[in-house]
Each structure stands twice: as structure tokens, then as C-alpha cells.
Write a protein that binds this ligand. Structure first.
Ligand code: PRP
Length: 218
């Protein structure tokens, strides 16, 4: 399998968008598009292997070199903190990583010690440590907006896409931490040992993105 390029992806929108880009390069994504219970899928003619994993595990597979490339949101990448090459911003899966809470919390996050509910404890720690602010982190795995609503935390640090979950719960964005979009990441060794084929994929995907942008500018 060492002559195969292995790509780690999580099922869902990021994977579907990625398959669209790869198909435009002539790669057959019919197996990973319809995986059933299979976790390893192939385009054997082009020596490409796909592995379907959980989003937060994409950086792990790529860092260990069992996947050469991966597609993952910038939020997940920042949280993982692994030394991967971010070789291409794919531009889709766009959202914002924000601090949110009730409007009345605006002053307290500037001055007081506060509790933050989040799926991103590492990002939260780094964000407030850089500002020298003492915080208490409460790690959750979903429905983070419940934190302030039910009194578990003062604020949340979470991704905001349409903003409708915040609105539905009476919360607002208090601070924007960073923008998020899907990133193509590469294992450091693979980029040397399989350079030619990986570079061909990166260049091809970049061309496809530019072509899409030209046809329908955002
Ligand atoms: C994410 C995120 C927010 C919501 C933001 O949750 O954690 O809760 O989407 O999207 P919006 O701004 O369009 O409302 P997800 O749907 O992944 O579910 P989860 O809460 O179970 O993690």
C-alpha cells in the first residue's frame, strides 16, 4: 500500500465537497461516496485510498503518517495542535469560532474570572492565557449553548455558522476568535516521500477552487 496516497476524511459535507474536487481531477470517488459500513475505500486505478474517520481523528491519522492527506476544519486542527502542513485552504465549511453568551456578559469577560463551556478546551486555554485571563473551562461534547442558558457556564466558545442556534437561545457573539474553513493537511514525511503525486493533487484541487470562484464569485 505504500504506493497508495491515503486521504482521511469525515463523512458529511466536507467529504462530499472534497469528492467533487477530486472527481474533477479524474479520481473515482464512487466507493467513498457510498461506503456502506466500509471504512477503507479505493480508487485502485489511481492508487488512492480513502479512510473514513471521525472529524477530530483526522489530524491524528495524518500526524501518524497512516494517512498522507486529510481534510479537516480549522477549528478541529487548532484544537488538535498537531504539527501538520496546512497545504490548501479549501474555503468550504466556512464559519467563525466565537465567544458567545448573554449580552449582559460583555463586561464580565473583560474583568472577572468566568466559566467557559466548550468543545475546544485547548483553543480556549490558549486564547485566554494569551490575554492573561484566568478562566475555568468546562468541556462539553455538544449542545454547548446550553451552558449559559442553564447556568453551567458564563459564556461559550464555539463555532457559529448561521447564528440561528445562538439566536434561538437568546445568546449573542461577544468576541470573534478566528474564521474557520476546511483545510487540506499533509503529513510532513509524505510531503517529501510522495511529493510529486501529492503536489499534483494539491495543484489540481487549487485549480478547481479557482475555476469555481471564477464561475461564481463569493
Ligand atoms: C454546531 C455548533 C453550534 C451550531 C452552530 O453544533 O456547535 O451549536 O452548530 O451553527 P449555527 O450558527 O448555524 O446555528 P452541531 O450542529 O455540530 O451540533 P452539536 O451541538 O451537537 O455539536
Amino acid at each position: 500500500m505504500s504506493d497508495f496516497i491515503t486521504i482521511a476524511l469525515a463523512k458529511g459535507r466536507l467529504a462530499d465537497e472534497t469528492f467533487g474536487l477530486l472527481e474533477a481531477l479524474g479520481i473515482d470517488c464512487s466507493e467513498p461516496r457510498n461506503p456502506g459500513r466500509q471504512l477503507v475505500l479505493y480508487d485502485r486505478a489511481n492508487s488512492i485510498r480513502f479512510i473514513l474517520v471521525k472529524p477530530s481523528d483526522v489530524p491524528t491519522y495524518v500526524d501518524h503518517g497512516v494517512a498522507d492527506l486529510g481534510v479537516v476544519g480549522k477549528d478541529t486542527l487548532l484544537e488538535a495542535g498537531r504539527p501538520l502542513y496546512e497545504v490548501l485552504d479549501l474555503g468550504f465549511g466556512r464559519c467563525r469560532l466565537c465567544v458567545a453568551g448573554y449580552p449582559s456578559q460583555t463586561a464580565s469577560i473583560r474583568h472577572a474570572t468566568f466559566r467557559v463551556a466548550t468543545k475546544y478546551p485547548s483553543i480556549a486555554r490558549n486564547y485566554w492565557e494569551a490575554q492573561g485571563k484566568p478562566i475555568e473551562i468546562i468541556e462539553l461534547h455538544g449542545s454547548v449553548e446550553l451552558g449559559p442558558v442553564i447556568g453551567l457556564s458564563d459564556v461559550i466558545l464555539d463555532i457559529v455558522e448561521s447564528g440561528s442556534t445562538l439566536r434561538a437561545n437568546g445568546l449573542v457573539v461577544l468576541e470573534e476568535v478566528c474564521e474557520v474553513s476546511a483545510q487540506l493537511v499533509c503529513n510532513r514525511v509524505s510531503l517529501k516521500t510522495k511529493r510529486e503525486r501529492i503536489q499534483w493533487l494539491i495543484d489540481g484541487m487549487e485549480r478547481q477552487l479557482a475555476e469555481r470562484e471564477r464561475r461564481s464569485p463569493q
